[in-house]
Design a protein around this ligand. Structure first.
Ligand code: SF4
Length: 532
């Protein structure tokens, strides 16, 4: 059957057709659509698929490992920075190995369209010493997801599936199986000690993982997804990976006769690289999306007489996404004539929606903050990060999920007053709660302002793990009940909100102000659904 699918949707359908039993994820651009697609389609599968959002990427990774422990196939999805959150579980899953198939999807965001960095998740696969696949188009995103599950079950290891924004968010025709595979039944691991990482057992597992590196490389050498073609002018070769292969094919003229190695499975296929050198390569241009992972590794693999070119040498831009023009320039071709979008579309800075409750939160907070000589307001990740921009300019730092509370604590420990954290409800349950516990444990003089819009707004309105229980969570973490205050962020309540903020700033200890009003976008959807 043929479908027109986003790369994310192709991964989702590939996983469903591979006999998926559970997907675990925290929303994050550009990975969110994978889980949403499975949520929409799981009821059409014979036995259903577990597909609720997790509190964060670490809990997602651990739950998926648990499902794979029971012999079933599990998928974990996240944006690239989510890999940092789940790194502990991810690294150790490489040591335990798996029973049922376990595929971890990391969606990288080169050019940082909606992210705070452009880290390349292929480093994580290398770090954990597990196989990584990187589809070059939507068809491969579909077939390689099934392939990754097979690889995972055959080699008893988690497999990382890496995509980037353009692959995740562009559509193409994908031909799919007509007969999806059944899910695995439950089965226990043959050797339970593999999952007990006491040092004595872990050392044995780690030695096995080290031993398996040759096997993993052999798999890459023989992978149907890695392809080496010797050219008629092999002294100038090209190595290209994942979606970058498409950029090359769009711009490359076969008459040039260069040898081309397409890599979509790692560890690096050493046999192909050796062959490329043996065939006479004197110069290798590396075209890869993201950081110069392959380019750096090549320096230790090819003789010093072979020149390696790529992002490190300036032949391609050191940062940001590749473009057809940047690849053309690296190939020595002139740029194609294009129409600049600036002529067609007026640039518009990002802004909070009109009527959004975060606007009222910042309006009140800014007025109160001006009453103190040197306030510091630590922001977090969500729609409300836009409070750093015009017209509010309300934030003095925004680093990563959950950092608002702990950075405010550190600033308060250093003597700062007032130290205020602004965090959303979903980010609070993702990784803010433990920071609040740290505040309570030392009675840090901070105000934690939870802007509770009852959803995960920034990524499109997914469920938020703590909805309806934020006060109870704060009480449970030990915040005094009289210092957990709830306000409704509406213009008519401005005086009340400001007064509550003043009182909690003047309280010498840890307090929480919850500003609760539903995201306008999810409210509209809920009202529309209720009318039907
Ligand atoms: S999506 Fe919702 S939370 Fe985000 S800016 Fe719009 S109204 Fe506010």
């Amino acid at each position: 059957m043929k479908h027109v699918l986003l790369g994310d949707e192709a991964i989702a359908l590939g996983a469903i057709d591979a006999g998926l039993s559970g997907v675990y994820a925290y929303p994050g651009t550009p990975s969110t659509e994978i889980t949403e697609f499975i949520q929409l389609h799981e009821s059409k599968t014979p036995t259903g698929i577990f597909c609720r959002w997790a509190s964060n990427e670490k809990t997602a990774m651990e739950a998926a490992l648990g499902m794979a422990y029971m012999g079933k196939r599990a998928l974990v999805c996240m944006k690239h920075v989510g890999m940092n959150v789940c790194a502990d579980a991810f690294m150790n899953a490489a040591i335990t190995g798996v029973n049922g198939g376990l595929v971890v999807v990391a969606a990288d965001d080169p050019s940082m369209h909606s992210s705070q960095n452009e880290q390349d998740s292929r480093f994580y696969a290398k770090f954990a010493m597990i196989p990584c696949v990187e589809p070059s188009n939507q068809q491969e995103a579909y077939t390689m997801t099934q392939y990754a599950f097979d690889l995972s079950e055959r080699l008893k290891t988690p497999v990382l599936l890496r995509v980037t924004t353009r692959m995740a968010h562009s559509r193409a025709v994908v031909e799919t199986n007509d007969t999806p595979r059944p899910q695995n039944g439950m089965s226990l691991p043959q050797n339970v000690q593999h999952f007990i990482l006491l040092p004595a057992f872990a050392k044995r597992n780690y030695a096995e993982l080290v031993d398996h590196q040759t096997l993993f490389t052999d798999e890459s050498n023989t992978s149907p997804y890695n392809a080496y073609t010797k050219g008629t002018a092999p002294e100038r070769a090209i190595i290209t990976t994942g979606i970058a292969y498409n950029y090359l094919m769009e711009n490359y003229s076969p008459e040039e006769g260069r040898s081309i190695l397409k890599i979509t499975q790692y560890p690096l296929p050493l046999a192909h690289i050796r062959q490329l050198v043996a065939d006479g390569a004197r110069e290798i241009l590396v075209i890869e999306e993201g950081q110069p992972v392959v380019e750096e590794l090549l320096h230790g693999l090819v003789p010093s007489t072979v020149t390696v070119k790529g992002r490190l040498t300036g032949d391609l831009p050191r940062m940001g996404e590749l473009t057809p023009d940047s690849v053309r320039a690296a190939l020595g071709l002139a740029a194609l004539e294009t129409k600049q979008s600036d002529d067609l579309v007026v640039a518009r800075p990002p802004a909070l929606c009109q009527g959004c409750g975060h606007r009222d939160v910042y309006a009140a907070l800014n007025e109160v903050a001006r009453e103190y000589p040197s306030p510091r307001i630590f922001g977090d990740i969500g729609c409300y990060t836009l409070g750093a921009l015009s017209p509010f300019h309300a934030l003095h730092a925004t680093v990563e999920m959950g950092a608002s509370i702990t950075m405010a604590k550190g600033a308060a420990d250093a003597g700062q007053h007032p130290a205020i954290a602004v965090i959303g409800d979903s980010t609070f349950t993702h990784s803010g709660m433990t920071g609040l516990l740290d505040c309570v444990n030392t009675n840090a003089n901070v105000v934690v302002l939870i802007s509770d819009n009852l959803t995960t707004g920034m990524t499109g309105g997914q469920d938020s793990a703590g909805t309806g229980r934020i006060e109870q969570i704060c009480y449970g973490l030990g915040v005094a009940q009289e210092h957990v205050r709830v306000v409704v962020p509406l213009p008519k309540n401005m005086e009340e909100i400001k007064q509550v903020l003043r009182e909690e700033i003047d309280y010498n200890g840890t307090s929480v102000v919850i500003a609760r009003r539903e995201c306008i976008q999810t409210l509209k959807r809920h009202l529309k659904a209720n009318k039907k």
